[in-house]
Design a binder for this molecule. Structure first.
Ligand code: COA
Length: 158
């Protein structure tokens, strides 16, 4: 059973993240999507809300599970029995940050590989901040997020 761990802030999950997860589930036996508690960020949604939105958005995928973690991503990879960490690469601008993280994670745990997948081109300009920003200004983001996220955003900003 080759599992991969997909960590992120997911504040909120977008169709770009879902695209990466769909690609990964074709390549691995299982995907563990994990919500990170990142002290460097002040999220709009609580960890519980983010986990719930991910679970609902991914409920039709039998080899995908969702959880959360606090600490080092490589430790969580070991805890769930993942062979690697999955990250999405959208544009060249992602590369430097991802490169640094992947090398540090390799230094911390040589047995955990980092795997990069590219989402569909139509998602390359998408991130969660843009979604939060558009929603706060009452712009329709239904094209970019699962319906449960759309509803949650409406509620937050109503
Ligand atoms: N589609 C749309 N948006 C995407 C995307 C995709 N396919 N892939 C990434 N993004 C966006 C995210 O929405 C997020 O947007 P935002 O900053 O506007 O909110 C942004 O890209 C950053 O992505 P994210 O995956 O959430 O990364 P992060 O910088 O918050 O890092 C961890 C998350 C979990 C990888 C990192 O914080 C971590 O490893 N933490 C644990 C501590 C640790 O182990 N540290 C040592 C690591 S060297």
């Amino acid at each position: 059973m080759r599992k991969v761990l997909y960590p992120g802030t997911f504040d909120p999950v977008t169709n770009g993240h879902i695209d990466i997860i769909k690609r990964a589930r074709e390549l691995f036996d299982g995907v563990v999507v994990t919500v990170a508690i990142n002290p460097g960020k002040t999220p709009l949604f609580t960890v519980e809300e983010r986990v719930h939105m991910l679970k609902e958005s991914l409920k039709d995928f039998d080899n995908v599970v969702v959880d959360s973690f606090d600490g080092l991503v490589v430790d969580h990879a070991h805890e769930v029995g993942a062979v690697g960490i999955l990250r999405g690469l959208r544009a060249v601008s992602d590369f430097e940050y991802e490169f640094q993280m992947a090398l540090m994670n390799r230094k911390l745990a040589g047995d955990i590989a980092t795997v990069f997948l590219m989402p569909h081109e139509k998602y390359t300009y998408l991130n969660s901040s843009i979604i939060r920003n558009l929603s706060s200004l009452n712009s329709d983001v239904s094209e970019f997020v699962p319906s449960i996220v759309m509803e949650a955003l409406k509620k937050k900003f109503s």
